[in-house]
Design a binder for this molecule. Structure first.
Ligand code: PEP
Ligand code: MG
Length: 591
């Protein structure tokens, strides 16, 4: 045996993915397989059926022990009240209907116990989700949680939760759904790596908002990496290095030092105003999805919130939040940010943001990105839409609130949405409830038909906010979360540049302002192009404000306009990207 050779599993392996969120992390890996893992289905031989039932019993006991342990920890760390929630989980495990029914299905079909339990628990979740009574509806998510745990135990999988990581960990996942990413343990996750996904998937948006390095599209890494393996995640170059050698660690240490001193320079410049070298002030705003992110908006000195994604209130819940619950969240943000503006976007569920646990409201679709989502859903579910509009209107009495509708496809939809808003205003007036009756109402421009009719739409809007994440996907027919075609998702495609120019020109002719709130706005390589095209404001994850502000302060608007004018004459996305990159490198030195 050759003792000089490290054991095979310790050999350094470099895997290339897509750089999605900048930064470098070094640590141990936690492999996360998304909850609805495939449940294998097979027949159990009659002589093994007794053992199959014992296997089920053992999984129930382990689940009970795990939940009791978590309950103990939560009680110790957060208090008895918070720990009470786990009583409901323990009760679900004792539920004779759920457990007894599983055994009955098993006895009559002879299928493996995972399949039977999965069938029965899903039926229960769906039945509970339909109840009028709020308490009963909430039981749906308890049962779903517990069922996942039981299935993991049956399948011999490690306890699996992104919201309760044991220690600082690099999360390596096959995929991370929006609801998973919303509940990610922000104190323990130090980097995110996913087999699938792209730069604009919501997990990445969350990682960027946390300034957490992220690499996506690293096919099959979940199959190669193991819990506890050490790794470097390089979110600048989109590289993951498993079991890095001493010399690699040294090299990365040096890179990190340089980046850190650059970051310090960025933070220093962030105290200054966002004004170009030729004296043009630029408005830099923040994207948020949770009330708690208001602290970051302030810490990074944003000039207000340009996009408040409200669907995150809904994603982790088996039920629709009430008007009052929504009002409290919106008011908290409006009050904290006042007098600066907060642009509250109405529900954008569906597509890449499915509302899990509500199959009645969101039935399965073949093509959810082109399906029943966002404003289309709201205009057909007027009760839900009106609850949200009233909540936003009420919050407008406590700050500088604006409303924005997502996925508007043309002016008729805008007129219909505004008619509902007018009804809500009339209702509140008749009940003597205060709201800002001058609040501005705008549209997201993220569907090509809206972009192409920007001149018509401008008549109905106070402002436009361009959602480049979706606009690029629809213009180029590139699914924004499909890693196989991620290389074709090109923000500098001439079609994108020309469309942006058209939107800005048509809006400005009619006195309508234009901001960009897609991920493109938070990238200092693209910001000069957007500003050069005439965009009035950029809205991004708060953590990216310093890089963009640094760029703004290092350029002249005249140069940015020249860059945009040149980009409009170029034929290839690569050429336009090269010009943007050269513009950036000539002004910003990391060394
Ligand atoms: C966009 O599409 O660019 C956008 C900002 O909205 P979301 O990413 O939430 O779809
Ligand atoms: Mg969008």
């Amino acid at each position: 045996m050759n003792f000089l050779k490290p054991p095979p599993e310790k050999i350094e392996v470099t895997v290339q993915g897509i750089a999605a969120s900048q930064g470098i992390a070094y640590g141990q890996i936690f492999v996360y397989i998304q909850s609805d893992v495939e449940v294998p289905s097979y027949q159990v031989e009659p002589e093994r059926r007794l053992e199959e039932v014992s296997r089920f019993d053992r999984a129930l006991v382990s689940t009970r022990q795990q939940i009791a342990k978590i309950q103990g920890e939560v009680e110790k760390n957060l208090g008895a009240q918070e720990a009470l929630i786990f009583d409901a989980h323990l009760m679900a495990l004792e539920d004779p209907a759920l457990i007894g029914e599983t055994i009955r299905v098993f006895e009559s079909t002879g299928q493996n116990i995972e399949t039977c339990f999965n069938q029965v628990s899903q039926r229960y979740v769906q039945a509970f989700a339909k109840f009028e009574d709020e308490y009963l509806r909430e039981r749906a998510s308890d049962i779903r949680d517990v069922a996942q745990r039981v299935l993991q135990n049956l399948l011999g999988q490690a306890e699996n939760s992104l919201s309760r990581l044991a220690d600082k960990r690099i999360v390596v996942a096959n995929d991370v759904s929006p609801s998973d990413s919303a509940s990610i343990d922000r104190s323990a996750a130090i980097a995110l790596v996913t087999d699938s996904g792209s730069k604009t998937s919501h997990a990445v948006i969350v990682a960027r908002s946390m300034k957490m390095p992220a690499v996506v599209g690293v096919r099959n890494l979940t199959k190669r990496a193991h819990n506890g393996d050490w790794a470097i995640v390089d979110g600048y170059d989109g590289v993951v290095i498993l079991n890095p050698s001493e010399s690699t660690l040294f090299r990365y240490g040096k890179i990190q030092e340089k980046k850190k001193s650059f970051e310090a320079r960025l933070m220093e410049a962030n105290r200054e105003l966002a004004v170009t070298l030729d004296g043009v002030a630029v408005s830099l705003m923040a994207n948020i999805e949770k009330v708690e992110e208001v602290a970051q908006v302030k810490a990074y000195a944003a000039e207000g919130v340009g996009l408040y994604r409200t669907e995150y209130l809904f994603l982790n819940s088996a039920r629709i939040p009430t008007e009052q619950e929504q009002f409290l969240a919106y008011r908290a943000v409006a009050q904290a940010i006042a007098p600066q503006p907060v642009v509250i976007r109405t529900l954008d569920l569906g597509g890449d943001k499915p509302m899990e646990g509500n199959p009645d409201l969101f039935p399965k679709e073949n093509n959810p990105f082109m399906g029943f989502r966002a404003i289309r859903f709201c205009l057909e579910n007027l009760e839900i839409f009106k609850d949200q509009l009233r909540a936003i209107l009420r919050a407008s009495a406590c700050g500088n609130v604006r409303i924005m509708y997502p996925m508007i496809s043309g002016s008729e939809e805008m007129v219909r949405a505004n008619a509902v808003l007018t009804e809500c205003m009339a209702e509140l007036k008749s009940r003597d409830i205060a709201f800002d009756d001058k609040l501005q109402v705008g549209a997201m421009i993220e569907i090509p038909s809206a972009a192409m009719t920007a001149d018509i739409l401008a008549k109905e809007c106070a402002f436009f906010s361009v959602g480049t994440n979706d606009l690029i996907q629809y213009l180029l027919a590139i699914d924004r979360v499909n890693e196989r075609i991620a290389h074709l998702y090109e923000p500098t495609h001439p079609a994108v540049v020309r469309t942006l120019k058209y939107i800005v020109d048509e809006a400005h002719k009619r006195g309508v302002t234009v901001s960009v709130c897609g991920e493109m706005a938070g990238d200092p390589v693209f910001a000069p192009l957007l500003l050069g095209l005439g965009v009035d404001a950029l809205s991004m994850s708060p953590a990216w404000l310093p890089s963009v502000k640094y760029m703004v302060r290092a350029m002249t608007m005249a140069d940015a306009r020249a860059l945009a004018a040149e980009a409009l004459t170029l034929a290839s996305p690569k050429e336009i990207y090269a010009r943007c990159d050269a513009f950036y490198r000539a002004r910003v030195k990391v060394e």
